[in-house]
Design a binder for this molecule. Sequence first.
Ligand SMILES: [Zn+2]
Length: 50
Amino acid sequence: MANCPFCKNEVTLETVEKEKKGLGILMQEIMYSCPHCKAVIGISRGKWTG
Ligand SMILES: [Zn+2]
């Protein structure tokens, strides 16, 4: 993946913290947080994502 822009620690798909937020049946948001400093580093939107 990449390094956290806030604390510069390495963040990988294995260690990143994912928080799924359902916005309804069709819409979902997944929030990615740095496991080191807990900063939100990304949000992905999608339909029917698992
Ligand atoms: Zn961080």
